[in-house]
Write a protein that binds this ligand. Structure first.
Ligand code: G6P
Length: 614
């Protein structure tokens, strides 16, 4: 939530900041702003998206080689021009951008008000920059020292960048709980940003700040990294692999559509070098490091939020079905606040695309404190979760920019399938022939997803046209198809704003059936053979109440085809792998419905891609 970008160097800062904000816009799009240091310190900010800011700035003075920018997802204070970042300190000497929440801002605000400070916005951020100013002027501190002292008194989460009109040769950034990356460019050139996407065009050399670390970068080329406790650190420079094309739409109308179509390649990337059907092996280095502990875990707990939680639910089915290890799937937010029982024999797996979700991160920290082994299944390399965990596996899905997650889901499920199979084999819980069959079927997946994408596109579009005006939809599934039903419903509500609910098909009788009439499309995922007869009965129950049934079936199915109003066929595969195919038409269905309804597919209202507040 909220994106931050900053630049110091020889280039003009404004175009770099604007491009950076456009790349970070997925993190929030309630308002945007920039501050540019020139003879004066110019701050421009506007409610709305980065394009609204560009129009607002128009021909105004944007000169300057030092600047900071922000795109906001509102927490404290409504989205408007005043609450937009950057925020000035009281004496207009400092300017700050912030991602996170300062929990004790109210106490600090009252203390500052007693000293004569007045505030123009409703934000916690403005309080923080006044606080830094107060310490700086009262104790005659350098900017970095004032930031350090202020942050040592702050409770909450933050990534901040601050600049000082009286010291225009430096930028100070710090983080705790929210991400901040420093890019090291040409001589005397530095970047700071919430992720590497605004930086990668200029340099691949980055420093990941850890929690409670402050970086002070100067136009003389120096960089000093310290802890908030004033301990100086040697910064570690990493080379990032991100390519700029990965951050562009590549000819598609939306990032979401591009990401849906990337799935064959991304699933293949996730498996590459990690398994061979011909030779019958799976090798995940993170898993191997702790194989005995994970294979002998009394219980595996998976923690996640949103789509990642749905992937974890597929993981539960896979781990229990194949490896026979008990698994619990927990919403990270509930898990951390309900004093759960966790011990040294537990393994906690965090699923997260961004690796930054505040609740997931906090749940992991708690599990670590209580002695569990913590494992990350993460997409973003170098993210907070990937650095906190004892071990983990990246899903290699590449940057996911559309707010509605698609390729990260299939990447997570692919990874969990490999883990489940590796554990099943180690524990001797799977027949050799079935193990080999699953490996071969996995290798065939990229091709099957490719084929599916081509084959279903027109029929999905047609169905989307038929049902796009519905106000409610129900998604049903059993067994491996139940998490897919949940994910299908989430995709639809996220981007088309149609109310949708996912349900275990049998549970329909315990409530949702009351809602079914001729206006209610019911999407039934019927691709698992083990529950086939039961799901046929559920479809009949819907039809008996005049509901419209859209069924996702396996190619060659005739029974359900006769019953359903519309069917979408997926290629045949083994049951544990069906989620990786059946979810694809549901992603497309929500995409086309959202487009037909004129919704902003990549940046749906009120949502953000990376939820770094609790
Ligand atoms: C937000 C995003 C979702 C995502 C969820 C969890 O709600 O909009 O797409 O599934 O956060 O994020 P994570 O990065 O931890 O997977």
């Amino acid at each position: 939530m909220c994106g931050i970008v900053a630049y110091i160097g020889k280039k003009e800062a404004y175009p770099i900041l604007i491009k950076g904000l456009q790349r970070l816009e997925y993190r929030g799009y309630d308002s945007a702003g920039v501050a540019l240091m020139n003879a004066d310190l110019n701050v421009y900010k506007k409610k709305g998206k980065v394009n609204d800011l560009i129009n607002f700035i128009g021909e105004k003075d944007t000169a300057g080689h030092v600047g900071i920018g922000h795109t906001r997802w509102a927490t404290h204070g409504k989205p408007d021009d005043i609450n937009a970042h950057p925020h000035y300190s009281g004496n207009h000497r400092l300017v700050i951008v912030h991602n996170g929440i300062i929990e004790n801002y109210d106490i600090i605000k009252k203390a500052l008000e007693r000293k004569g400070h007045t505030f123009t916005s409703q934000t916690d951020t403005e309080v923080l920059v006044h606080f830094i100013e107060e310490l700086q002027t009262h104790f005659f501190l350098s900017l970095e020292e004032a930031v350090r002292k202020a942050l040592s008194r702050v409770i909450g989460a933050y990534a901040i960048v601050v600049i000082d009109k009286n010291d225009p040769t430096k930028i100070v950034g710090a983080r705790k709980g929210s991400p901040l990356v420093v890019g090291v460019g040409e001589e005397g050139e530095f970047f700071m940003a919430s992720d590497a996407s605004p930086i990668v065009e200029y340099t691949k050399r980055v420093i990941y700040l850890n929690d409670e670390e402050i970086a002070c970068v100067s136009s003389d080329g120096s960089i000093v990294v310290k802890t908030i406790q004033n301990q100086e650190l040697t910064p570690m420079v990493h080379e990032i692999e991100l390519e700029i094309e990965m951050l562009e739409k590549g000819g598609y109308d939306h990032f979401m559509l591009k990401e849906i179509h990337e799935q064959p390649t991304r699933i293949a990337d996730c498996m590459r070098g990690r398994m061979s059907a011909e030779e019958g092996w799976i090798k995940l280095s993170g898993l191997e490091e702790h194989l005995s502990r994970i294979a002998n875990a009394e219980r595996i707990i998976m923690v996640a939020c949103g789509t990642s939680w749905h992937a974890a639910l597929v993981g539960e089915y896979l781990f229990e079905d194949l490896a026979r290890i008990p698994v619990e799937v927990e919403y990270a937010s509930e898990f951390r606040y309900r004093n759960p029982i966790i011990g040294e024999k537990d393994v906690v797996i965090a699923m997260s695309q961004s690796g930054e979700t505040a609740d997931t991160l906090a749940a992991l920290e708690m599990a670590k404190d209580r002695g569990a082994l913590i494992y990350g299944v993460v997409n973003v390399v170098g993210s907070s979760i990937s650095r906190l965990t004892d071990a983990g596996s990246y899903i290699h899905a590449g940057p996911e920019i559309g707010v509605a997650s698609t390729k990260a889901f299939t990447g997570q499920v692919t990874l969990l399938t490999m883990m489940a199979l590796a554990l099943a084999n180690t524990r001797g819980k799977i027949k050799t022939s079935y193990y080999h069959q699953l490996l071969s079927e996995m290798e065939a997946l990229p091709h099957k997803v490719e084929q599916l994408l081509q084959e279903v596109d027109q029929v999905v579009k047609y169905i989307a046209e038929e049902i796009k005006d519905a106000q409610n939809m129900l998604y049903l599934g059993r067994g491996y198809s139940f998490p897919v039903a949940l994910e299908g419903a989430l995709k639809l509500k996220e981007i088309s704003y149609i109310h949708a609910e996912g349900y275990p098909a049998a549970e329909m009788k315990h409530g949702p059936i009351a809602l079914i009439d001729e206006n209610m499309p019911v999407i039934v995922v019927c691709t698992n053979k083990s529950a086939y007869e039961k799901i046929v009965s559920n479809i009949q129950e819907v039809k008996a109440r005049k509901g419209m049934v859209i069924a996702i079936v396996t190619k060659g199915d005739t029974t359900i085809k006769e019953l359903a109003d519309y069917t979408i066929e997926i290629p045949e595969t083994v049951e544990p792998l069906t989620p990786l195919l059946s979810v694809i038409p549901l992603q497309l269905l929500s995409y086309y419905i959202a487009v037909m309804r004129g919704c902003d597919v990549d940046q749906p209202r009120n949502l953000a891609k990376s939820v770094t507040v609790e």
